[in-house]
Design a protein around this ligand. Structure first.
Ligand code: K7E
Ligand code: CUA
Length: 634
């Protein structure tokens, strides 16, 4: 958009007649009429029905220019990224590169992103499963979203004020971080995440063919520092996890209690476990110095295996290879989803102190085990006492009444199943609006379906998946939207827009580029005013400003073989005016947001003239925003 359009829009906004508002109102009006189907003659009953449908559709319709009520943070599975969707429109608003490498923003290419990636700067792919927002007193606080990388055993943090990844950590001595959740109460001091695969310890070539010596661990990260706090050795393979609303307990589903290596070996037992961790007693032990370390790692490790009979863990037997682990928003229950069993298991969190005190047995903590259908994977809640479980094999969401399921377990003849809704097809995770917090509001449920089959135009052998939006505000679940997505959202979380406060511009002292600013200072460069080339042996640092439609420097000279760092400070103060820097033939490309400083380093290994240009549309003269790098023969 050019300056003129911007000014017109600003003027209109001041007068309260912006095009946005106008478009929104007229579109909603048109949709209303179309929905009523005012063609031909209708009976009063048909008319009432059409009016009802129109009202229903309008409720979920977000017209052009209108804003959504919720932000959804979607994991991008093996694409490695996180996506922001608006709900209920299900429009994709933004992509946040995390474990992937991304061309438009330069994520994984810029010096800043490499510093954030740290020891995994050279790793270019990942598998993002579980995005979860930090909380204070069991409520989203809008600060961070944490996400795991199963593929390379990492956890990353996204800062929600700028919607960029700001920290990344490789977890030591485990392989494949899967389940991830945050401590809900008193606040997110810790991020809990599961090491899934069992490996030799340390994994340095010893015990290769002796799986009896392998183990994995439950991992606890200091959320603010993004450093390891401690690890807990466990039996079996950890799958998903969640935390309670007292701050004392976390739980994890755990399969392969057989500790087998082949598929047949891992499925022998009728029951595996929900492992409960007593975070307080682990903290106490570590404070008292009662821990070990593994290999080169300095992270405190405690032994929470069954045979260690510790105060740290309890293994509650649940059927069979359980998958999802979900805490009810009233703080009463952990629900373990049966996967290979048609049941979910309800564990009373109130009974856990007695279990840890030795007053009751493991199975006594279970208060319900309703049979729901085939392949229960994940459960979500509406804050009104109902739970919604995905049935992978049945391709359904089952809505059930938690209290009645508990009554049935106690022998009462009641029907706890309220409705089964077909989804399309094979759902994995589901998630309700605000459903993993005390603020569960029961408005929408998203079903992340692994296959779309016939729901969209075919796109060759590889097809979109299908994220379906379901209205759960009434007695009945109603499917209101099909949303194609690229590989492969495992999970999402949905937060009311009032909880998220994104910035419009970068602040000059942002920690994401603090190290780049410090280097400029060492070079005697004032980033906001200087356009300078600093030579330091065969390392060359090129500092320039950008302000639409100009780079501060239209040419610079280097020598063949130089390592060149281009550092750009975007002086534009206009919202939404991002510049880019792309250097032809050098694989270098990055975003420079308004008021940000970004830098990228590459080798000038060929003599010649190389144009650089701005690749984020910024101005009517955007095409002209460019310059030459002149590389002299060595
Ligand atoms: Cu695919 Cu949570 Cu990794 Cu279930 S997970 S489906
Ligand atoms: Cu600057 Cu396009």
């Amino acid at each position: 958009m050019d300056e003129k359009t911007k000014t017109i829009e600003q003027e209109e906004t001041k007068k309260g007649i912006s095009r946005r508002g106008f478009l929104g109102a007229s579109a909603a009006g048109a949709a209303g009429v179309a929905g009523l189907g005012l063609t031909g003659v209708m009976t009063p009953a048909q008319f009432a029905q059409a009016a009802d449908k129109a009202r229903h559709d309008a409720k979920h319709n977000v017209g052009p220019g209108e804003l959504d009520e919720y932000y959804g943070f979607w994991s991008g599975g093996h694409s490695g990224e996180v996506r922001i969707l608006g709900l209920p429109s299900m429009r994709e608003l933004m992509r946040i590169p995390v474990f992937n490498t991304e061309s438009a923003t330069g994520w994984g290419l810029t010096d800043e992103s490499k510093r954030i990636k740290g020891d995994s700067a050279d790793v270019l792919c990942g598998d993002a499963h579980h995005p979860h927002m930090s909380m204070t007193d069991g409520r989203y606080d809008g600060k961070y979203v944490f996400i795991n990388d199963k593929l390379n055993t990492r956890v990353a943090r996204i800062r929600c004020d700028v919607m960029k990844t700001d920290k990344m950590l490789t977890i030591p001595n485990v392989q494949a971080i899967h389940g991830l959740r945050v401590q809900k109460v008193p606040h997110t001091k810790y991020v809990f995440c599961n090491g899934e695969f069992r490996i030799p310890q340390p994994n340095d070539g010893r015990d290769l063919n002796d799986p009896t010596k392998y183990f994995t661990m439950f991992n606890v990260i200091d959320a603010e520092k993004m450093e390891m706090a401690f690890q807990v050795i466990v039996d079996g393979n950890l799958d998903n996890t969640d935390a309670d609303y007292t701050g004392r307990f976390a739980a994890a589903t755990c399969y392969n209690s057989e500790e087998g290596v082949t598929l047949a070996e891992t499925m022998r037992n009728e029951r595996d476990w929900l492992v409960v961790f007593d975070i307080h007693s682990i903290e106490k032990a570590i404070k008292a110095g009662k821990f070990q370390t593994i290999g080169d790692s300095k992270v405190p490790v405690v032994d929470g295996r069954k045979k260690a009979n510790s105060a740290y863990t309890k293994y509650i037997p649940v059927p069979k290879s359980p998958h999802g682990c979900n805490t009810s928003p009233d703080g009463e229950y952990f629900v373990a989803n049966g996967k290979l069993s048609p049941t979910v298991t309800i564990v009373s969190i109130k009974k856990l102190p007695d279990l840890f005190a030795g007053k009751i047995k493991e199975r006594d903590a279970i208060v319900g085990e309703p049979e729901l259908g085939l392949g229960p994977l994940h459960t979500a809640f509406d804050g009104r006492g109902n739970a919604y479980t995905t049935l992978f094999l049945d391709s359904q969401i089952v809505k059930w009444d938690v209290k009645k399921a508990i009554e049935a377990y106690n022998g009462k003849k009641v029907n706890y199943i309220k409705q089964k809704l077909d989804v399309h097809y094979q759902p994995g995770h589901n998630h309700t609006t605000m459903g993993e917090t005390r603020d569960a509001d029961g408005k929408y449920l998203v079903s992340l379906c692994k296959f779309s089959k016939d729901r969209f135009l075919p796109t060759g052998p590889l097809r979109a998946e299908n994220d379906q939006l379901i209205d759960i505000s009434g007695e009945e679940m109603k499917l209101v939207h099909d949303g194609p997505t690229f590989a492969e959202p495992h999970d999402c979380m949905i937060v009311h827009r009032s909880k998220v406060k994104p910035k419009k511009l970068w602040t000059r002292d942002d920690p994401i580029f603090a190290e780049t600013v410090a280097q400029a200072k060492r070079d005697g460069v004032t980033l906001e005013t200087d356009n300078k080339v600093i030579r330091d042996g065969n390392r060359v640092r090129v500092y320039m400003t950008s302000i639409a439609p100009n780079f501060g420097m239209t040419e610079f000279n280097v020598k063949q073989g130089d390592t060149v760092t281009v550092c750009i400070t975007n002086l534009d103060q206009v919202e939404d005016v991002t510049h880019g820097f792309a250097m032809c033939q050098h694989g270098a490309s990055m975003e420079i947001g308004p008021q940000a400083t970004s830098s990228i380093t590459f080798k000038a290994d060929k003599p010649g003239v190389f144009w650089y240009y701005c690749h984020w549309f910024c101005h009517a003269l955007h095409m002209e925003m460019r310059g030459r790098m002149i590389v002299e023969k060595a």
